[in-house]
Design a binder for this molecule. Structure first.
Ligand SMILES: *Cc1c(COP(=O)(O)O)cnc(C)c1O
Length: 221
């Protein structure tokens, strides 16, 4: 099946308010161009070097999302152009994003990543940790970042109920942060959940951003 057809299949099932991030990691430029030609403009990468290389080569109307774990010392390379950083999981990282955003006269949108899976290999904050971050004096001094929502990765399992539960936990985190810290901020509205194997569960659990890679690119003719 062509990339075009696969994207159409995914888009058919998406509610209007859900944004598709085409995860182009490991994909050659030609494949990404194919997706671009079908009209896709939002692409996600999880490695800084790959993100920069692709940003430089591909059309400038692409919205690039950094979806993977971001090291503090690499923030400066993506700060000039990145549209959304999905996986912020520490105050230290947030401070560095703010610093580099300021240097570039930008405000960079970020999502707080939460640990919702049972696997202990995945990154992310707990609710308590996020509340410490959001109520700290240091956070209040950051004016060049904007936290626009939350992100999470469910356990890699075929148990749909478990995945749905994990997504629902993240919904609760979102709602409680919204109420406590972002009540007056309309921009705090994103829930980035759902990948190739679980985006159908994610959209039933209030996802506003899905990140799909292999379902679009694998085995495409
Ligand atoms: C690779 C990746 C995805 C996409 O995963 P697929 O299963 O290929 O759709 C989504 N989110 C993150 C953070 C990733 O690293």
């Amino acid at each position: 099946m062509s990339i075009d057809k696969k994207i159409q299949d995914i888009r058919k099932t998406l509610p209007e308010n859900v944004k598709l991030v085409v995860v182009s990691k490991h994909q050659p430029i030609s494949r990404i161009e194919e997706a671009y030609q079908t009209g896709e403009r939002v692409f996600g990468e999880n490695r800084v070097q790959e993100l920069i290389d692709k940003y430089q080569i591909l059309p400038k109307d692409i919205e690039w999302h950094m979806i993977g774990h971001l090291q503090t010392n690499k923030v400066k390379y993506v700060a000039p152009f990145v549209s959304l950083i999905h996986a912020v999981d520490s105050l230290k990282l947030l401070k560095e994003i703010d610093k580099q955003a300021k240097k570039n006269s930008r405000i960079i949108d970020c999502l707080l990543q939460f640990h919702i899976a049972t696997e202990n290999t995945k990154f992310g904050l707990s609710l308590v940790e996020s509340e410490e971050l959001l109520s700290s004096d240091d956070y209040k001094l950051l004016h060049n970042i904007r936290i626009v929502g939350v992100m999470g990765m469910a356990t890699n399992t075929r148990n749909d109920n478990q995945v749905a539960n994990e997504f629902s936990n993240l919904n609760n985190v979102f709602l409680s942060l919204k109420k406590k810290y972002f009540n007056s901020e309309e921009s705090f509205k994103e829930i980035s959940i759902g990948m190739s194997n679980d985006y159908h569960i994610a959209i039933e659990n209030n996802s506003t951003i899905i990140r799909v890679g292999s379902k679009i690119f694998n085995n495409a003719i």
